[in-house]
Write a protein that binds this ligand. Sequence first.
Ligand code: ATP
Ligand code: MG
Length: 424
Amino acid sequence: MADVARARTAEIIAVGSELLTPFRLDTNSLFLTGRLNDLGIDVRRKTVVGDDPQDLGGALTGSLERADVVILTGGLGPTADDVTRETVASVLARPMHEDAAVLEAIRARFERRGAAMPAINRRQALVPEGARVLPNPNGTAPGLTLELDDHVIALLPGPPRELQPMFDAHVLPLLATRWPGRRLHRRVLKVTGRSESQVEEIAHPIYSRLSTPEVTITTSILASPGQIELQLAASGRQPAAIDAALDAGVEELAAALAPAVFSTDGRALEVVVCDLLRARRWKIAAAESCTGGLLLGRLTDVPGSSALVLGGVVAYDNQLKIDALGVPAEVLAAHGAVSAEVARAMAEGARRRFGADVAVAITGIAGPSGGTEAKPVGTVALALDGPEPVARVVWFPGDRAMVRALSVAAGLELVRRAASRLPA
Ligand code: ATP
Ligand code: MG
């Protein structure tokens, strides 16, 4: 008898010769992996193959030997290089029939646009025996599913805007009914101002304590400039026990990593900052040099930020720091543009001139040129003016883009700490 509690496995095959060029990336599998994981299905392998029946046939045969679910994307179009439908039928040794309803739907779609259906589109109405046709309201290529004794196979169109709604409407319910009960539960802790290795050093000893006899928790760490994500996941058939174990894990990790944890509910740093500003009824302004407005860009990405963000200046040039922000010329001359003193004066100027409750300033050397021995590339001065002013000089590693991204994260973090009364 099949083990009903066993975790099911999936493989994804992305079909399309363009996906083997430097110009197109397979992103469908990212979407599909997320959805499959949510269903408690492990994605074990992803394959990208060109529009070649032999390569595709080989990939499909291998996937069917290993996985319960095989999802193929792309290659359902009408042209001769679209070979997915034919190849699947041939690997499964199933004849294909023209489906009158599918043919009619394709014809009607062309008619609505005032065109006759080109003869080549007739191929898209071919359906392998036993397959179910998935309507495609967003394109001509219908999808297909095949339920075999021990496999589910889905063929989905390549364009993401066609594939995603089709998966959610038809494939997701099919998989959820076939293997009910197992779901993946996830939690994420987001941390800023710490390196991946610093986070790992604190978190690693805790990982082994997180799993309970009933619930196995897996952890992964995901680093991007200015942010580390700790992901906890567990799947199984006892949702209450899983949630309890995950919540306990989040609590323990958050306590160990405090105060660098800025969210445990999925919110991004800029969203957390906006929520804190709203709670405090603070209006914010910014004075940015090396980040060129990126900090205000992230804050204004957040819907509703217009009630919280007054605005600011990008003061790249020293004269503009003097004219627009009132930075004293003597301070600039004495300490240089990248200094705690100038950052402080920029933040004070922005707060005063724009009538903000809190202002943040960033001035630094993003590189690749402009560094000196005393102030190498990556030297960044950050300041916050508000109830408790802060100004400091830090050094960030990496190239220009990285230094700018780290500076923005550090600037947002200064605001978060000030607004939540944490030590800067
Ligand atoms: P159509 O009828 O639109 O041709 P199709 O199923 O034949 O559907 P493809 O021709 O393989 O789809 O791909 C169409 C477009 O969809 C590609 O040019 C590409 O932009 C996008 N696409 C295909 N596969 C992927 C993928 N794996 N990830 C992201 N985009 C994809
Ligand atoms: Mg195509």
